[in-house]
Design a protein around this ligand. Structure first.
Ligand code: FES
Length: 112
């Protein structure tokens, strides 16, 4: 864990994956302080959002990827991985997390 200076003492960068950990177009669930986060590799870019689907709590990290969208495995709601916005209902948005790609891995900026 590395503190980010100049922003806040409670903001940290958490290393969550190796740079080559996810194949293109795949996702997984990682945990930070027991909080589940969906991590995706979309076109070589790592993206992260809350893992819990706002419909009924499905695990978005286990969803199928189509383009830059993830499809919830439970009932098929679809969210854009770059914006977190629901494809079917743009008033619904999943929280995103800032990713930083470093030489030694993939980091998430975490307010803890
Ligand atoms: S829980 Fe995700 S679509 Fe229903």
């Amino acid at each position: 864990m590395e503190a980010i200076t100049g922003i806040s003492a409670s903001v940290t960068l958490r290393r969550v994956a190796r740079r080559d950990e996810l194949e293109l177009g795949t996702g997984k669930v990682i945990f930070i302080d027991d909080h589940p986060i969906a991590l995706f590799n979309i076109d070589g870019e790592y993206l992260a959002m809350d893992n819990t689907c706002p419909h009924r709590g499905g695990s978005l990290g286990f969803g199928e990827i189509e383009g830059e969208n993830v499809i919830c495995p439970w009932h098929g709601w679809e969210f854009n991985c770059r914006t977190g916005i629901s494809v079917e209902n743009p008033s619904i948005r999943v929280k995103l997390y800032h990713i930083e790609k470093r030489d030694d891995g993939i980091y998430i900026k975490w307010l803890g």
